[in-house]
Write a protein that binds this ligand. Structure first.
Ligand SMILES: [Zn+2]
Length: 302
C-alpha cells in the first residue's frame, strides 16, 4: 500500500496548480457586458454616450466593492475649439498595497468609421465593439474575480478617455493616457507606486491571435515576456510567441513619460478596425475570457 501511494503523491504534487490558473472568466457574461456597452451607442469623449458609460462603469465597480475615482481635465475639441471635459476612471483593488499594477484600456470611441472605403459611410456611426467596448467589458468581468486572487501587488484598473478624439491627420491621440502619465511624473503619489502595467485593446476578435507588440518589447520586455510565459503555461495558444505589429497606443505615454513598463495586449489583425462593422457580431466572449484567464493567473504571479 505504502509503495503504491508514492507515485500518486508525486503525480499530485507535480500537477498541483496555483488557484488562479483555475479561475476562468465567464465568457457569456463578458460578452453581455460588451453588448450592454455597445447598446449605449457611440461613446465619444465629452458626449452623452460617454457619460452613460461612465455611470455604467461606476455603478458596476461600486457594487463589486472597489474604490472608484475620476481624474478630470479639459482639452480643446479639435474640430469646434470648444472645451471638452475628459475623465479617466481609476478603480482600485487592494488599496492598502503601496506597489501597484496598472491594468488599463481606453473607453472612448473614435468619432467616425473613417477607414470605410465609401465617403458617405465614413460619416456614419462608429460603435467600437472591439475597439473600445472589449477592454471595458473585460475589465468589468475581471472585477468579479479580483477577490479570488491574492497578488503581492495592488491593482488599479484605469479607463482612459480621449484615446482617439481625432477627426483629421494631426489631431492628437492618447489625451487621457498622456494626462495620466504627466500627472504621475510631475506629482508622484506619496503612498504608492506603479511598478508595471498592461494595456488591453481589441481583445474580442472572434478569430483571436495576439502577437507580442514591438513597442511593448522595446519598453517593457520583462512584462511582455512574463505574460506570454503565463499564457504558454495555461496553454492559451491565442498568445503567439513572436512579434508582429508595432503599435502606437496608450502604453506609449505610460512607458515614455511615466516610466511605467507597460505591455499592450492587442490583436491588430482585425478586419473591421475603424469600420462600421466593428460590432458585437464580430466579437467573442470566449476571446475575452481567454485574455482574462491569462491576466488573472499573471496577476497572481506578481
Ligand atoms: Zn481605434
Amino acid at each position: 500500500m505504502k509503495r503504491s501511494l508514492l507515485p500518486l503523491l508525486i503525480l499530485l504534487a507535480s500537477t498541483r496548480t496555483c488557484l488562479s490558473e483555475n479561475i476562468v472568466p465567464d465568457s457569456a457574461r463578458a460578452y453581455q457586458y460588451l453588448k450592454t456597452v455597445c447598446a449605449i451607442g457611440p461613446r465619444i469623449s465629452g458626449t452623452v454616450g460617454m457619460q452613460k458609460q461612465q455611470e455604467l462603469i461606476d455603478t458596476h465597480f461600486q457594487k463589486l466593492g472597489a474604490e472608484v475615482r475620476y481624474q478630470e481635465f479639459d482639452v480643446t475639441h479639435p474640430k469646434t475649439g470648444a472645451p471638452v471635459r475628459m475623465k479617466n476612471m481609476i478603480i482600485s483593488w487592494f488599496p492598502e498595497k503601496a506597489k501597484r499594477i496598472l491594468i488599463c484600456c481606453h473607453y472612448d470611441t473614435r468619432p467616425f468609421p473613417d477607414r470605410e472605403t465609401l465617403p458617405f459611410n465614413r460619416v456614419k456611426a462608429f460603435i467600437g465593439a472591439n475597439d473600445g467596448a472589449s477592454g471595458v467589458a473585460l475589465l468589468m468581468e475581471l472585477g468579479h474575480h479580483m477577490n479570488k486572487i491574492s497578488p503581492q501587488l495592488g491593482v488599479d484598473f484605469v479607463f482612459f478617455d480621449g484615446e482617439e478624439l481625432v477627426y483629421d491627420k494631426g489631431d492628437k491621440y492618447f489625451l487621457g493616457s498622456e494626462h495620466f502619465a504627466r500627472q504621475y511624473r510631475d506629482h508622484p503619489p506619496e503612498s504608492f507606486q506603479y511598478v508595471k502595467g498592461v494595456l488591453v485593446d481589441m481583445i474580442a476578435d472572434r478569430n483571436l491571435k495576439i502577437y507580442m507588440e514591438k513597442n511593448s518589447l522595446r519598453y517593457a520586455s520583462d512584462v511582455t515576456r512574463s505574460i506570454w510565459a503565463t499564457a504558454r503555461k495555461l496553454r492559451v495558444k491565442e498568445f503567439v510567441n513572436r512579434s508582429k505589429h508595432e503599435i502606437r497606443d496608450d502604453h506609449l505615454p505610460l512607458n515614455q513619460i511615466a516610466k511605467i513598463p507597460t505591455c499592450d495586449i492587442i490583436d491588430f489583425d482585425y478586419p473591421y478596425w475603424h469600420k462600421r462593422n466593428d460590432l458585437p457580431a464580430a466579437c467573442s466572449g470566449q476571446s475575452m475570457a481567454k485574455v482574462g484567464r491569462v491576466l488573472l493567473a499573471w496577476l497572481e504571479e506578481n
